[in-house]
Design a binder for this molecule. Structure first.
Ligand code: AHM
Ligand code: MG
Length: 337
């Protein structure tokens, strides 16, 4: 944090950024503020996750006579409740919902589109390991005033006007970009505010950490296996072997790569020929952030942000992190090494 600026809350930071753009209407900051409010509510539930069994199982009633829901459903509903009435959005889509999520008829329709994964890292939810929310925002292309459409949602990643994630870890962080750098805020529960902790994050161009599920090695293509062999071979000059770090929560693995450099890989494999991760609300928003931070994201052949989506829940291979590492992986995949 810049010492000149002192303590800055997320809302104050957005306000100051907006002042630099006289044409800004404040609508976008309004949307991000709603997002931050939902993040606080979800963080509160995540912090109580271990008590779900104490207070009642899913589908049961807890001691207060309320139905106990799974955390990912709580997160999904919380984001919708925080975002559907602000007048900023015309439509939403999410990993938790098959079709488009409409804004109720009695609420005003805004000019933005939101795609989100409310609680990513499902295998870590019940075991007290970091999980996250990921979000992507576009400007609508359909006429103002009406419901948003599928075309509004299916825009290529380079058209995002904002993206970010919330990391529910040892502390809760809100990291976002609106195209003017990547900024990170850490939640201080004692005052209920996100405070600027990482201004204008830049990812190192190289890194000697890699992050992938090496348990699947026998399902990978030859190119990916060769890359794995490369990073585990001893060579002091290129700082090999690399260190393996894999949490199994995309937001947490990405966050570490952003701060320390290195690369996260989720390749296609014999079981998931298109990879596992979703283009619209996992790969695209993180690709937007990493490029803003000076890094790169690719599917092995094409930059993630250049991919033309065909469906909301489309999957993509993902290689994301330090620029030089992503380039190296592309060379292995394309048989140039
Ligand atoms: P989810 O949407 O069901 O939570 O799956 C996505 C998660 C990512 O957070 C993570 O990178 C990946 O799945 C881990 O998958 P795997 O267990 O196959 O390594
Ligand atoms: Mg997910």
């Amino acid at each position: 944090m810049s010492p000149k600026k002192g303590i800055l809350t997320l809302s104050r930071f957005m306000f100051e950024q907006e002042r630099e753009f006289p044409e800004a209407t404040g609508e976008f900051s309004g949307l991000l503020s709603d997002m931050a409010l939902a993040a606080k509510v979800v963080a509160r539930s995540v912090n109580k996750a271990g008590l779900i069994e104490v207070l009642g199982f899913t589908g049961d009633e807890n001691i207060f006579g309320e139905e106990v829901k799974k955390l990912d459903i709580i997160a999904f509903e919380t984001f919708i409740r925080a975002l559907d009435h602000g007048g900023h959005l015309c439509v939403m889509a999410s990993e938790e919902s098959d079709g488009l999520i409409k804004i109720p008829s009695y609420h005003e329709k805004g000019k933005y589109v939101l795609l989100f994964d409310p609680l990513d890292g499902s295998s870590n939810i019940d075991v007290n390991v970091s999980i996250g929310t990921i979000f992507s925002m576009f400007r609508r292309i359909s006429p103002d005033g009406n419901d948003g459409t599928l075309e509004d949602c299916l825009q290529p990643g380079y058209k995002q006007v904002g993206a970010g994630y919330i990391l529910y870890g040892s502390s809760t962080m809100f990291v976002y970009s609106t195209g003017t750098g990547v900024h990170g805020f850490t939640f201080d529960p004692s005052i209920g505010e996100f405070l600027l902790s990482n201004e204008d994050l830049k990812i190192p161009e190289r890194g000697n950490m890699f992050s992938m599920n090496t348990g699947y090695v026998n399902r990978w293509s030859q190119g990916i296996r060769k890359y794995y062999e490369y990073v585990t071979t001893l060579d002091a000059k290129t700082k090999r072997p690399y260190s393996l770090r894999y949490i199994g929560s995309l937001v947490a693995d990405f966050h570490r790569s952003l701060l320390y450099g290195g690369v996260f890989l989720y390749p296609p494999d014999a079981k998931s020929p298109k990879g596992k991760l979703r283009l619209m609300y996992e790969a695209n928003p993180l690709a937007f952030l990493v490029e803003q931070a000076g890094g790169a994201a690719s599917d092995g052949h094409t930059p993630i942000l250049q991919k033309q989506p065909e469906e909301i829940h489309e999957r993509t291979p993902l290689y994301i992190g330090s620029k030089d590492e992503v380039k190296l992986i592309e060379e292995f995949i394309q048989g140039k090494r």
